[in-house]
Design a protein around this ligand. Structure first.
Ligand SMILES: [Zn+2]
Length: 45
């Protein structure tokens, strides 16, 4: 089964779920390896 990356919308076989925070809720979205790496960099500042 393939997953669709939340960020780049590519279909990938492996995704990582990351938690995003909205004003008063949190939600999980799947990211591909590339976007996950970029996301990690972004939260490091
Ligand atoms: Zn992606």
């Amino acid at each position: 089964m393939a997953y669709t990356c939340y960020h780049c919308e590519h279909d990938v076989e492996k995704v990582r779920y990351v938690t995003f925070y909205n004003v008063n809720e949190e939600y999980n979205e799947p990211l591909c390896e590339t976007c996950y790496a970029e996301w990690l960099e972004s939260i490091k500042g």
